[in-house]
Write a protein that binds this ligand. Sequence first.
Ligand code: GLN
Length: 315
Amino acid sequence: MRLSEAIKNLHGKYKNDLTGDVSKSFPALSQVDPDAFAISIATVEGDVINVGQADQSFSIQSISKPFSYGLALEQHGHLFVEKKVGMEPTGEDFDSIIKLDDQNRPFNPMVNSGAIVTSGLIDAKNYATKKEELLQYFSAFAGQPLGIDDEVYQSEANNAHKNFAISYLLRHFKVMTSDFREDLDLYFNQCSVSVNTDSLAMMGATLANKGINPLTQKRCISHENLRHVLSIIFTCGMYNYSGEWAFDVGLPAKSGISGAILLIVPGLAGIAIYSPRLDKRGNSVRGIKVCEELSEQFKFHIFDYQTPKEISKIL
Ligand code: GLN
């Protein structure tokens, strides 16, 4: 069976699975249609296959984290970034109150504390240009201009008491400087970037295509930094489910509390699933099921060896 057929089948199979609930973190997230369900595949050749409401927009939330980490790596190099944020999974909730490692760093850039520190590393002339730089960087991965959903941004900025608490603690421990409110605001903005499964899958296809966008042929990240980003996504991308995910699915994936999962099949495709009903860890319930079945069916697990001939039969 081909991948395009498989996602149609999986969409049909899980369409009526209404397990889980939408995020209650802030009003804009709790008001979305809980039953929306879309799957998109963007291949490294630039072809896109959509099933369901693939044009329905949603905020990228935590799936922004690997991209802002990529930008920080591109701007400063990994030796500098490594001094500020580590690369160890935490085994804890993504928004748990900070624990720093023995070098006074958040554990990794995929949990909120590490992501807020990473946003603070983004360099530009002033705050407005930082926002612009970030948006352009994300857009290059998508191969199309992306924008910020202001309603989502306002809703998070006015309700993210825990992220404020985390940031004040980061300031207290001198991990962040006195500009931390601006850094946190940039983080809220990056989480509010509006995507749909179609554009998100293309962002993943760029990661799957050695860092080159399949549509524009623009290199978005160096080969070395791409390896760093994919390693972090692989070990930390599904929060405190990352170990089990590596065991079962065996591919780098990043989830966000808006209900999306971005799965990267290196050398083949980016796959985006949107289904806002979440499990207790904040991962999309149907998103997990679709990824598990795809990995199983096509032997995508990185430790399942596939010959080039076998791979050519998938698309
Ligand atoms: N903006 C959300 C937050 O900081 C992102 C979290 C997520 O998607 N896991 O809480």
